[in-house]
Design a protein around this ligand. Sequence first.
Ligand code: SAM
Length: 275
Amino acid sequence: MTGVKVHLDKAMGTSLIMLYGLAHDARTTPSLLGDTVAAQALDKVDYDFARLKLSPQLTALAVTTRAKHFDDWTAQFLAAHEQATVVNLAAGLDSRVWRVAPGPGVTWYDVDYPDVVDVRSKIFPQRDDAYRLIGSSVTAPQWLQQIRPDLPTLVIAQGLTMYLQPEDGQALFRRITEHFARGVVILDTHNSYALRRQNKLVHRHFGATMHWAINGPGDVERAVPRLHCTDTVSGLALQGHAPGLPLAYKILINLCRHVPVLRDAGLYLRYEFGP
Ligand SMILES: C[S@@+](CC[C@H](N)C(=O)[O-])C[C@H]1O[C@@H](n2cnc3c(N)ncnc32)[C@H](O)[C@@H]1O
């Protein structure tokens, strides 16, 4: 069988790294996420991953510890709201909807650029009508109008903020909190230090550029007044506890956790908004 040829560049290309990490984890024992849907999707992709020179183990570690944390926040939200909407911004090639398996009262939207949505529709299994794919830039204002505003809504922005211009990202989250009556926004961030470092990597591989450094939960609260931060977690701290992590990395990561600029290099933030 010939695979699905994938030509995704700029920020879109980075979604391939996420799929690669999920698939590698699924084939590892023990596996953190056991995401066989991702592994099967990766098998369908015709792409030269060797050119990225990724360490499979470290990629899987970084991708799955973050994904697990966001899966857990998603599951927590769904447990509290049987009738709800989930909007997964910049879904990329992530298979979260299969991992968290939302109930029948939930409508789930995966939003990304049309080229990414096209690849998704070729490599992932079809779902029922409660699952919708929207092919659009998240910063275009129109797509939000397709989504009913009255249900409790979870907005997921994993691996997105850094690719947006700060003013576009701030306007996006303001629009979201004005459109939906109430909900939760979960997002991850790069601080200024991480942005500089990661920019080199994504630029070399995909020609992508990162723009928006977020140096703490207050940066978003000041720009989007309806959002109130309820939880801040360091991505590094989570990685330091990952099962199967080689001892040398464990020691290194746990040392880095004591340096604030490294501890806060990547934060996972949870906000609430409502009446
Ligand atoms: C690092 S990947 C993250 C994908 C997925 N959320 C995950 O964590 O596996 C970055 C994603 O952001 C998407 N993206 C960046 N800017 C976007 C925009 N303005 N509109 C829609 N998607 C965007 C890219 O297309 C890509 O799929």
